[in-house]
Design a protein around this ligand. Structure first.
Ligand code: ATP
Length: 439
């Protein structure tokens, strides 16, 4: 990986992508806030996922389930007893670590003490809270640690209201919460994060083929959205890594500055969840296959990605520093080569000067383009500096309105990646933008 984590973290803070939460109070370390640009980028990541997983298919529907839920759900899913990480204490410095993430199991990463760890104990990652003004265990509630259970608990209702039949999927995008022992690597591992998950229900015999299909499809999604294929790989889990419900899992991994690490897990959850919820709730959660006069509990293939974590990967892969100009005038520009669908702003409108004479036309252009695309408008400092600012935040196209525009009703369109410029009549601007952006 060419990009250091610090380069992206600094750019993101400086330009308003990602801020440490509650920084005016010293920060909270394990959560982040998404600023004016980051909130757009994150939204675009999620939209690109929904577009591929729902909009462009006829076998997946979308839901948006509650974050807060009763213990029964997590009892049935196995999370109350099994959703744990092994926790160790250093007897020397008193810091706590996740045992399976230690680089060296005999050396404390904080104080360097040797063989100072306690025996590992299982630490449950779920956030527990109280629902309503009642106290006591009757009011226990949990923040979901994954979005998946919403798809299982609503399986029967979705089946009934949509008349889908396996193979079909239920997708969801939203926040999840895990009381991670060691949040780390910026937005890679936080206690509050966003997930993009699909539960794909299939006839049991078709499990393996759909598992393979989703591994390929999901890897390809990252490539289609601009991550170079050589920065990605699929890694099958060893048996001892498998979650409590899985008979086979592969991760899509990205080469982060600290090495290969997970972007997404594609798990074969079998009929585990539907059976568990059926048993615990007493509701029938299966499918009646009329033509074959057969009732069965579908198997589930689950591609589960992190929206916030994926956003970090898109930023890291997009970051580039490039030498431009020549000789004495050469200079380095920073460019975020984000896919146009992901870029926070698709277009920036830049009046050449702040003079009043240009403002009305520049505003008109801004309004025209803003009707279709997210647009930035910037009239401060030199045009060269403004181009650089847009390059640095990944804006694919800049439109310059100059004094000639007042006579010829044309503007200049400049491309982020090639820095090429073309003059185009305003009447033909929108088709040109659509052609250049690809949508
Ligand atoms: P890990 O082993 O890294 O803790 P996991 O295998 O438990 O992760 P899953 O339960 O498979 O993760 O979650 C699916 C996806 O959700 C992950 O691939 C990741 O992109 C995202 N995710 C999970 N936990 C976090 C977190 N704490 N912060 C940000 N994203 C997360």
């Amino acid at each position: 990986p060419a990009t250091e984590l610090d380069q992206i973290v600094n750019l993101c803070k400086r330009r308003g992508f990602v801020y440490p939460s509650a920084e005016i109070y010293g920060g909270f370390r394990s959560t982040y806030d998404y600023g004016p640009l980051g909130s757009l980028l994150l939204r675009n990541v999620k939209e690109a996922w929904v577009r591929a997983m729902v909009q462009q298919r006829d076998d997946v529907v979308l839901i948006d389930a509650a974050i807060l839920g009763p213990p029964q759900v997590w009892e049935a899913s196995g999370h109350l007893s099994n959703f744990t990480d092994p926790l160790v204490d250093c007897t020397n410095c008193k810091n706590r670590f996740r045992e399976d993430k230690l680089d060296d199991p005999n050396t404390c990463p904080s104080c360097g003490a040797k063989n100072s760890f306690t025996e590992a104990r299982e630490f449950n990652l779920m956030f527990k809270t109280q629902a309503g003004p009642v106290e006591g265990s009757g009011a226990d509630a949990y923040l979901r640690p994954e979005t998946a259970q919403g798809m299982f608990t609503n399986f029967g209702q979705v089946l009934q209201t949509t008349r889908k039949k396996p193979p079909f999927g239920i997708a969801q995008v939203g926040k999840s919460f895990r009381n991670e022992i060691t949040p780390q690597n910026w937005i890679f591992r936080t206690r509050e994060f966003e997930q993009m998950e699909l539960e794909f229900f299939v006839p049991p015999a078709e499990g393996p083929q759909w598992y393979e299909y989703w591994c390929n499809e999901r890897l390809d999604w990252y490539v289609r959205h601009g991550i170079p294929a050589d920065m990605l790989r699929i890694r099958a889990h060893d048996d001892d890594e498998l979650s409590h419900y899985s008979t086979g899992t592969s991760d899509v991994e990205f080469t982060f500055p600290w090495g290969w690490d997970e972007l997404e897990g594609i798990a074969q959850r079998t009929d585990y969840d539907l059976k568990q919820h059926s048993e615990h709730s007493g509701e029938r959660l299966d499918y009646f296959d009329q033509p074959n006069n057969e009732r069965y509990v579908p198997y589930v293939i689950e591609p589960a990605a992190g929206a916030t974590r994926t956003m970090a990967a898109f930023l890291l892969a997009a970051y580039d520093e490039e030498e431009v100009g020549d000789g004495d005038k050469s200079d380095v520009r920073t460019v975020l080569r984000l896919h146009p669908r992901l870029a926070p702003y698709k277009v920036a409108v830049l009046p050449l000067s702040k003079k009043d004479t240009l403002t009305p036309l520049a505003h008109e252009v801004r309004k025209l383009v803003g009707d279709r695309y997210m647009v930035d408008y910037d009239e401060t400092q030199s045009i060269g500096k403004r181009y650089r600012r847009q390059d640095e935040i990944g804006t694919p196209l800049c439109i310059t309105v100059d004094f000639d525009s007042l006579d010829d009703n044309a503007v200049t369109v400049r491309e982020r990646d090639t820095m090429e410029q073309v003059r185009v009549p305003i009447a033909e601007l929108m088709p040109l933008l659509t052609e250049k952006l690809g949508f």
